[in-house]
Design a protein around this ligand. Structure first.
Ligand code: ADP
Ligand code: MG
Ligand code: MG
Ligand code: MG
Ligand code: MG
Length: 669
């Protein structure tokens, strides 16, 4: 959508004059869409994954793994099948894979050509499609280039990381001390987004990840590689203004976050109520899956003390002004805003009665006028607040030619805000009034894994969890502030094994907390599967002004701290089935042939082992690889050679030339 629209993007000073215009028309567009699609009914699940790759270019002579900036050419080739199909519908070409550009000019994004269904037979084709994508990508590359599914490229932002021509970090969009603008996707949208975030914020973005203090890492750690420069006014941000914190890895450009790769899953629900239900239920799993998929321990050439990317991206696009961040009293801006536009969700939106008001315990900042406009047009309280909350942000990229649109047809202004609220979950309305695509939900917290086997396992697992959720009518609600606490904890080094997370004790409907059978595994009489697509009762809207805070005590007995092992694998002594218990019970209700069940079983077995610590996360494995490398000086520095060897090793694993039982057990990739 936004990506394809060509035109002249406005610099921030100009764009901000049209912010209200875009918001106002975005809401009108949403209302048109709502009227046209609110009663949509689909009969099947459709879903798809998104895999992001970085394209690495080996410099064999110098034993360096750099990033290739040739991705545009590759994308043109990779997209030919889809284009051909689009232009020649009469040929009925089966589109196997679909490709999109990403923020980084060294990044590729691949999805299946058409969405999968939820049929078990279809689920076991996911890995093959991911492998095909990797293969097709490789075919577009030169012998020294490879696609790698690595969440954060270890030496992004270090000198020498780009291929010829050599680019200096002095670009006007990011003004970064480390990353040249040339590594940003050249489409006007991306440099504009970068520049406008910086201008709106009033300073460069400041990303600080705690350094991993190894035995020889200086204390305090003051990064000697931060250059002193006098080219842009923002050059003083790092040191003079104190943006670069001691004992932290400092990064100053959007690319450090948006240049990370992740694994996203989008599901189409049968109707809008089901989408809202999935949104809420899966939101509570966002931090759990972040910790379980943790794959990003290195930033800008240093080992960090975090295992995953989320906070890096969050800080990398934080366009809030000082007033919005609460550093100065409100004068020019409208709201103090608690989070970056890239963050965990702030409210549950389901109309199911199990979504009690007290679970929405984060004071929600929302635009009152927009809320009123939505309410006056029949949008219920929870959805109106959700959208009015997304719309507290300004549109960041506005194309001059795209200001005045037919609001009854276009969704561009709505999508402008919607698609730049990058949260753990995304509630996606149909793309247009007439699109065959229905109401969807996107699960966005997972990190990309090193192999297609792992990515398929996590994708299939998440899809099966959503099926179990609908089938058993689960209730995962905990106060949403607790989900935020989980999100923080998920970043900790080795959180998957060392930390505990808030989770609901009794996850079946109508089970009272503390009763002995409240956690009866699904499939037993305590929890008979419900018709998966039963329409959900709605409840009367609650008043947005109704105070729900201070009522936490009422929910306190509903949840407790659990390990990820318990959350995923269950705890028999507590009668808690775990997510895998749910999934297996769900599969038991289906009629599946043995072969398919075994195939799915492999993925579930793998997830089980990651969750109970039998297998390492990618983050732990990468950290171990670095620390055991003969060149490593135990000073947190990930050198060119270490990085090169790491990428080579990952390549070998993908080719099946190297077996790493600590990461993958005896599963064959
Ligand atoms: P975005 O980047 O906005 O999340 P993409 O187009 O990159 O969107 O990815 C969307 C994902 O949704 C893909 O995996 C695709 O297969 C999947 N998908 C496409 N159509 C549907 C549909 N009708 N229902 C569910 N998922 C779909
Ligand atoms: Mg995408
Ligand atoms: Mg993407
Ligand atoms: Mg995207
Ligand atoms: Mg996506």
């Amino acid at each position: 959508m936004g990506l394809l629209s060509l035109g002249t993007p406005m610099p921030w000073e100009e764009a901000k004059k049209y912010a209200d215009h875009v918001r106002k028309h975005g809401i009108i567009q949403f209302l048109h869409l709502w009227e046209a699609r609110k009663n949509d009914q689909k009969d099947t699940l459709l879903w798809g994954d998104e895999i992001e790759y970085v394209v690495v270019s080996y410099d064999e002579e110098n034993k360096n793994a750099r990033l290739s900036l040739r991705v545009r050419e590759m994308l043109d080739e990779l997209s030919k099948e889809e284009e051909e199909a689009l232009n020649n519908p009469e040929k009925h070409i089966v589109v196997r894979t679909s490709w999109k550009p990403e923020y980084g000019r060294y990044m590729l994004e691949g999805t299946p050509g058409t969405p999968y269904t939820g049929r078990p037979k279809d689920l076991v084709t996911v890995e093959a499609n991911m492998k095909l994508r990797r293969q097709l990508a490789i075919e577009q590359m030169k012998p020294h280039e490879i696609p790698v599914t690595l969440t954060s490229f270890p030496r992004l932002g270090c000198a020498g990381v780009f291929l010829d021509p050599h680019y200096e970090p002095n670009g006007p969009a990011s003004r970064s001390l480390f990353a040249p603008d040339e590594i940003i996707n050249a489409h006007a949208r991306f440099p504009t987004l970068t520049g406008n975030i910086r201008t709106r914020r009033g300073s460069k973005v400041a990303i600080n990840m705690p350094i991993f203090h190894d035995t020889n890492t200086p204390r305090p750690f003051i990064d000697p590689t931060i250059p002193r420069r006098n080219l842009y006014p923002e050059d003083r941000n790092a040191i003079e203004d104190g943006a670069a914190l001691p004992d932290h890895i400092y990064m100053d450009s959007m690319v450090f976050g948006m240049g990370c790769s992740c694994l996203q899953i989008t599901f189409q629900a049968v109707n809008v109520d089901e989408a809202r239900k999935i949104y809420d239920q899966m939101a509570t799993l966002g931090p759990i899956m972040l910790a379980l998929t943790a794959a990003a321990p290195i930033y800008r050439g240093y080992l960090s003390d975090v295992d995953c990317r989320w906070n890096v991206i969050s800080q990398s696009v934080d366009d809030r002004t000082e007033e919005e961040r609460g550093l100065k009293p409100l004068k020019h801006d409208r709201f103090v805003i608690n989070k970056s536009r890239y963050d965990s969700i702030d409210s549950y939106i389901s109309t199911d009665p199990s979504n009690k008001p007290e679970y929405n315990d984060i004071p929600l900042v929302f635009d009152q006028d927009i809320y009123k406009k939505l309410s006056d047009n029949g949008i219920d309280d929870l959805l109106a607040r959700h959208i009015a909350h997304l719309f507290i942000r300004d549109p960041l990229v506005i194309f001059k030619e795209m200001l005045d649109l037919d609001d009854s047809e276009s969704t561009d202004h709505f999508e402008n805000l919607q698609s730049t609220n990058w949260q753990t979950m995304r509630f996606k309305p149909p793309p247009s009034k007439t699109s065959p695509i229905g109401w969807r939900v996107e699960f966005r917290s997972m990190e990309i894994q090193l192999t297609d086997f792992e990515n398929a396992a996590f994708a299939v697992f998440i899809v099966l969890v959503t099926r179990a959720v609908l089938s058993f009518g689960t209730n995962f609600y905990i106060p949403i502030s607790k989900v935020d606490e989980n999100m923080k904890v998920a970043h900790h080094r080795n959180a998957v094994l060392d930390e505990k997370f808030y989770f609901r004790k009794s996850i079946f409907p109508n089970s009272r907390p503390g009763t002995p059978h409240s956690g009866t595994p699904a499939g037993s009489p305590g929890a008979s599967p419900r018709v998966s697509h039963a329409s959900l009762p709605t409840r009367p809207a609650t008043s947005p002004t109704k105070a729900v805070f201070g009522s936490l005590d009422r929910t306190a007995e509903e949840y407790e701290l659990m390990t990820i092992d318990e959350i995923i694998n269950g705890n028999a002594s507590k009668g808690f089935p775990g997510m895998l218990g749910l999934v297996h019970s769900y599969l038991n209700t289906l009629n599946i042939d043995i072969e398919t069940r075994c195939e799915l079983g492999k993925y579930l077995e793998f997830i089980k082992k990651r969750a109970n610590g039998t297998l390492m996360t990618a983050a732990s494995w990468i950290r171990k690889f670095v620390r055991e490398h003969p060149d490593y000086k135990h000073d947190s520095v990930v050198s060119e050679k270490i990085n090169y060897d790491l990428i080579k090793t990952i390549e070998k694993i993908n080719k099946g030339e190297l077996v790493v039982p600590e990461l993958l057990g005896n599963f064959s990739v």
